[in-house]
Design a protein around this ligand. Sequence first.
Ligand code: AMP
Length: 326
Amino acid sequence: MNQQIKQTILDKIKQYDRIVVSRHIRPDGDCTGATKGLVEILRLTYPQKDIRLINREYAQYMAFLGGEDEQVEDEFYADALMIVLDTASTDRIDNPKYVLAKELIKIDHHLDIKPYGDVSWVEDQRSSACEMVVDFYYTFRDELKINKEAATYLYTGMVTDSGRFKYAISGETMRCAGVLLDVGIDTEWLYANLNLDDYGYLKYQASVYKNLQRTRGGVAWLFVSKRMQKRFGLTLESASNSVSLLDGIKGSIIWVAFIENPKTGAIRIRLRSRFVHVNKLAEKYNGGGHECACGASLKSKREIKAFLADADALITAYKATHKGWM
Ligand code: AMP
């Protein structure tokens, strides 16, 4: 698929001596793995090129994959090719210097609502951006090199963005995962890093289930207040992970975590669903993402009621007009 675009991207990579790779703000496993994986593949294949991985924030729970490069002077960008992965719109790029680069390439698997870049390769049916990087590697496997480190970064993103191979997967997903496993990944080490929780986090989970609520139509939701974050010693990141605790409730085909920012009072929304698509709902609230996994934000907790009313209307209408959901 998209052979011509992939060829153009490879030609651009070959053409430049300097390449900067960046990803989206509030990093997760996919954008971290995709950028680190691509950088490793390119450094192995083209050791003479100066390739940098530059972003501002770093995901604490991805720290086991290692660090990134420091920001460089503006001059570096003037002759550089910039590759941005897993980032739907320019306002979400975690490197404001992308504007200085000579050319910009977008590689992404989100819905392409705000296109950008001199070259854009978007496949929104892909389970992760990592899957796209693997596909890119595999397409040019006679030319590109890969090693265990790159395979591990990419597998991490595939595993996390697909909810451990549960969401949005295809035959392609598993074929790409197979390519990485053939390179050799220590999956026991990887899953230990991804799955083990601190004792305190389990106590927090107990409180999540105690405080869980549902709308009349069945939207499961949770408000992680700043008080709760303080009480359980949560970082904003670990508080945000609570959304995955709501994904196994029968009939709750939409679920939401509202996370209060202790400093600003703004509310981060993490919105998930099965069967029904929620991206339009997220877009209404300043967000976006995928059909069944979106993010959005509210200025304050006073807006939660309106959001839940919209979510409830959506779930109710869906249930009334569709069969087979659970
Ligand atoms: P999150 O809940 O933050 O993991 O977001 C779920 C998906 O939606 C991820 O793929 C994000 O990159 C994407 N996303 C989150 N927030 C936004 C936003 N404000 N605009 C567009 N996409 C978003």
